[in-house]
Every structure is written in structure tokens, then in C-alpha cells.
Design a protein around this ligand. Structure first.
Ligand SMILES: [Zn+2]
Ligand SMILES: [Zn+2]
Length: 111
């Protein structure tokens, strides 16, 4: 977990490392399928499930890791460190992708 500027949310957010992301991703997949086993495991209703409930385990796991509540599970899914590049040497914002050739924030070229 590392606090990094997110280009989509336009703010600093807790970003997941690969091990953390693996846990979150599994819960996210589980939310889509919402099998009986998954529901029982995460205390979800066995009847009709609202979308919001399906992804509650994702938000809870993230809140626990990040110490911060993110109400949008889809935002959580792009808070993955490996999606971003290293910090720009000039302004310190993370490069938008690991292969970026310039910084989208200040325009500095990546050496
Ligand atoms: Zn974001
Ligand atoms: Zn920059």
C-alpha cells in the first residue's frame, strides 16, 4: 500500500501492491459471480442481492488495508501500483503508465 496521485480520481489515494491487489481482485470476481459459497463466506443475503451488496467485501477489504473508505469498488480496481509509472523527476506525480515517455502533469520528458 502506497499513497499515490490517481489520474482518474484526481487526488492522492492508497494504491495496492500486487499481493493486496490479488486479494481485492478475487473479491471483485467473487462479487460478480456471487455464488452461494461466496455469499455465506461474506455474510451476504442468499436472496436478491443489490449490486452494492455484492461488492461490499471488496470495499471492506480495501478499507482495512488502506484505512480509508472508498465507496466506489470500480475506483478501487484501478488503484493498483503496477498500472502507474515511477514518480516524475520534476513534479513528483506518478507517470500515467509504466511506459510513459513524458509526464502528463508537467510535460517533463522521461529520461
Ligand atoms: Zn482512482
Ligand atoms: Zn511531472
Amino acid at each position: 500500500m502506497k499513497i499515490l496521485y490517481c489520474w482518474r480520481c484526481k487526488m492522492d489515494v492508497p494504491m495496492l501492491d500486487e499481493a493486496e491487489f490479488a486479494v481485492i481482485h478475487k473479491l471483485y470476481r467473487g462479487g460478480f459471480d456471487a455464488t452461494k459459497e461466496f455469499r455465506e463466506q461474506h455474510n451476504l443475503s442468499l436472496g436478491h442481492l443489490f449490486i452494492d451488496e455484492r461488492f461490499r467485501p471488496v470495499r471492506e477489504a480495501y478499507a482495512q488495508m488502506a484505512g480509508w473508505n472508498e465507496p466506489n469498488e470500480h475506483a478501487i480496481m484501478h488503484h493498483r501500483l503496477s498500472y502507474y509509472g515511477p514518480p516524475c523527476k520534476q513534479c513528483g506525480k506518478p507517470l500515467r503508465t509504466p511506459v510513459a515517455s513524458f509526464c502528463a502533469a508537467c510535460g517533463a520528458e522521461v529520461q
